[in-house]
Structures are given as C-alpha cells and as structure tokens.
Design a protein around this ligand. Structure first.
Ligand code: ATP
Length: 446
C-alpha cells in the first residue's frame, strides 16, 4: 500500500498540536484528517475507512481509555497510537494492555512516531495478505483429523515429483483445493494451475477446450484458440470429473501423456507440452472399466498415485473450526461486521451429516449470514429458510426423504413440539409421525 492510501485520523483537543502532527505525517505522504472532539472522531471512524488513529490521551470530552475502548468496540482491527505527555507514561502503558498499538511521548523526536506509523502500515499489509490468501476458494484449511493430515502430508510429498495424481472423494470434499495445494507445493507453482471440469462440456467441446483449435477447424471455430493443455504449459492441468471424458477423449489424452505433444484440432503441427496431470472423480472408475466406459490403460496412467479424500462427516473434529472460518471469510466478503454463532446452531451443525460436504457447509453459512439481521447466526433461520437445492447425486427417494424431514421438523417447531397437533397438521396419524421421526432421524426438541 502506498502512503497516500494509508488513512490516519489525528485526535487532539489542542488544535495547534494536531495541526503540527498532521503536517509531519503529510510530509511523508500519508492521508491525514484531524479532529478535536472525541465524539466527532468516533463518528468519523464509523463513516470512513481509517487505518490508524493517533489520539491524545488527555482530552476534555473523553479520556484516552474510553476512546480506545469505543474504537476497539466499533472496529477491532483499527490500530490506535496514544499520544501522551511525559507525566502519564504509566497510563499509556496501561492503554497498550487494553489494545493500543503503542504510545508516543509529545516531547520526543517526531521520527519516533513516524517509525511507529510505518510499523502499523507494514503489519496491516501483512494481515491483508493473509486475509486475501484465506479468502481464496482455493485456500486449504488445516485439519485435526488424522486421515486428512496424512493426506496433506502425502500431497506435499507427491508435489515434489512429477507423478500423475488421482483424487477420489465425494462431491465437495475439496478435491480441487488439494489439487491446487499440490501445484502450489511443487516447482511448477511459478506456472499456471488450469482446472477443467469434464462434465461441463459435450465431447467435441471438451476436446476443443483441451487441445484448442485452428480457425475454421469446424463450424463456429471463427478464431484460433489455445487449449487448456497448452495453457498449463510448465504448470498443472487439473481434470475434474474425469469419469465423464469419453473413450475417444481418453485415448487422445493418453497419447498426449505418452508423446508429450498436442495437435490443435484442424492442424497437424506438433506442439510440445510439459505439465503435471491431476485428475479427480467421485465415481467408481473401476466399475466404469468393467462396463467398458473407461479405458484400463488410461486409468493406470492417471492413477500412479491415488489419494482418497474423506467425506466431511468422517472428519467431525474439523467442523467447528470450519464453521468459524467460513463465518469470518464470508462475512468479510459481504462486508458484514463480526458475527456471533448461537450455541444451538453450532450443536446442530456439529451433528449434521453434510451430504454435499464442505461445499454444503459453506453454502449453509452463506445463507445464514444473509439472513442474519442482528449479528447473530441462528438455527431457526437455517431451518425455516432451507432452500431445496440438492447436490446432483441423490435418487428421487432420497430427495423426498430430505424434503419430508425438513418439513416435519419445521412443523414440529411451529407446533412447539406438540406431536398430536403436528400429526394433525401434516394430515397423518400420531403413529405415522412416530415412524417418520424414527426413520428420518428427526430431531425433536425437548
Ligand atoms: N480444506 C479446505 N479449507 C477451506 N475450504 C475448503 C477446503 N476444502 C474444500 N473447501 C471449500 O469447499 C468447496 C468445495 O471444494 P472443491 O471444489 O475443492 O471440492 P471438490 O471435491 O473438487 O468438488 P467437486 O467434486 O464437486 O468438483 C470450495 O468452495 C472450497 O473452497
């Protein structure tokens, strides 16, 4: 961040002093506002994005402790440097214990203050970097689960070689996140990580997406286009849902892996390619081989090293931290203030089975944040507004069961857990309701 983008608010009821401080700070290029009243300063902090407040400790309308406390309540991450006379160093030290960044003694050399300001700026830049990394949808959160820890360790090891990797696991468990992690840990990290979802394209389109085409290669090919394999030059190609590639496309990929060159569609020119291949699937490739839908030779070629990522329900020790992580990540993205999680909601989230895995957990949190109007995430919002968007791997029977379960739970809550009334409203007998509660594993609040 350039100094001009670093916004400082100087608060001092002695105007002459705040003016002279602001001249010094501006001479270094910082953007500075000054304010003589603490109450006004608080208003300004609420309406403008400051990076630092430099505040006098003794002011008429509010003492430094109180102002510091109110600033930190409003904006926890906003740093405050306390300015004080020589006589009240003890108070300034106390203020640091309460969250001030540092203090500056009025009679000292102003370069001391400038030094502190540049420290705040540097730390700010570092935290922003960390935030940006953890805001990426490719960020890999560490795990407390033993199996997951082993997988991450193995991913780090395999990253050092050029081996092809096959990632197995249900939808939403983080296969793409792991593939990207392998790339980032490898020497290929200076080149690109190129993901392609084989399910998103028809056969012709997938091949053109992978290998590119020359202008006029087929109807609609109005421009020469570079394929993803070429874009992954030097880096990593990630083929998601590889089970959806047709036998023809599999042969072509196998040839590329052997010969290490491609031909764009509509051209005979050989273009040398060098990349690492990571594939992923949530289907049983072995069964597909038996049914003749997947080539055995291709399977062996892509699965030199296989990692099976566990479902979220098998790593329950991670759920609580993940919930807190996504609450922070998503609320920052949506520009919402810190949010609290109601304990009943956490209990529910810890018990839930997440058929859609981490993606589903993330979606649930996002929905809760949108619905929360008072800074608290509540269980009732989740259940009352459950949208019926299902991951595309259920049978109709399973979807029906989920919908029934959600509706019965909603009615039970509405009827304050009164079983006969609930059965009545649902148009079933009490006995049928009991059966449903058992079959669908419905949670009845006591
Ligand atoms: N370890 C993790 N830390 C933080 N976020 C994660 C982690 N694993 C997965 N996610 C998040 O969960 C979501 C699903 O992850 P990802 O797309 O990698 O799953 P997938 O297994 O590749 O899914 P699909 O099979 O449907 O392609 C993403 O939004 C991703 O950011």
């Amino acid at each position: 961040m350039k100094n001009e983008a670093f916004q400082i608010l100087v608060v001092d009821d002695e105007k002459a002093y705040s003016d002279s401080l602001s001249i010094i700070l501006r001479s270094e290029g910082y953007a500075v506002d000054t304010e003589t009243s603490s109450a006004k300063a608080l208003e300004m902090i609420g309406s403008k994005e400051y990076h630092l407040v430099i505040s006098d400790f003794m002011m008429e309308d509010m003492d430094g402790f109180e102002l510091l406390k109110m600033i930190k309540e409003k904006k926890k991450e906003l740093e405050v440097i306390i300015v004080t006379g020589y006589g009240s160093i003890k108070n300034a030290v106390e203020a640091m214990k309460k969250g001030a960044f540092s203090y500056y003694i009025k009679s000292h050399d102003p370069t001391e203050l400038l030094h502190e300001v540049s420290k705040v700026k540097r730390i700010r830049a570092l935290t922003e970097e960390v935030h940006q990394a953890s805001e990426s949808s490719r960020y890999l959160m560490r795990s407390k689960n033993k199996k997951m820890q082993e997988i991450i360790e193995m991913a780090e090891k395999v990253a050092q070689s050029d081996t092809n990797v096959l990632l197995l696991g249900e939808s939403g468990v983080g296969k793409e996140v792991i593939a990207n992690y392998i790339h980032e840990q490898s020497n290929r990290k200076f080149y690109q990580f190129i993901p392609v979802n084989c399910r998103s394209y028809s056969k012709t389109l997938l091949e053109s997406e992978l290998f590119g085409h020359e202008k006029g290669a087929y109807t609609g090919a109005t421009e020469t286009r570079i394929g993803k394999v070429e874009s992954a030059q030097g880096g990593t190609l990630f083929l998601d849902e590889i089970g959806d590639a047709t036998l023809d496309t599999q042969i072509k990929l196998l040839r590329v892996l052997d010969a290490k060159y491609i031909e764009r569609i509509g051209s005979n020119e050989h273009i040398d390619v060098d990349f690492r291949l990571i594939c992923a699937t949530n289907q049983g490739l072995k069964e597909q081989i038996q049914q003749g839908e997947f080539r055995e030779d291709f399977f062996y070629r892509i699965s030199t090293f296989t990692l099976e990522i566990p479902a979220l329900r098998e790593r329950q020790e991670d759920i609580e931290e993940m919930v807190r992580f996504f609450v922070k990540q998503i609320s920052r993205k949506m520009d919402k203030q810190a949010l609290d999680i109601e304990p009943e909601l956490m209990t529910y989230l810890l018990k839930y089975s997440y058929p859609g895995n981490i993606r589903e957990l993330k979606n649930i949190i996002e929905r809760l944040i949108v619905l929360s109007s008072d800074g608290i995430l509540r269980k009732k919002d989740l259940l009352a507004n459950q949208q019926h968007s299902y991951s595309l791997e259920y049978t109709l029977k399973e979807v029906r069961a989920q919908a029934e379960k959600a509706y019965i739970e909603q009615m039970l809550r509405h009827m304050d857990g009164h079983l006969s009334e609930t059965a009545n409203r649902l148009g079933i007998t009490r006995r049928q309701l009991f059966n449903k509660i058992g079959q669908l594993n419905i949670y009845v609040e006591k």
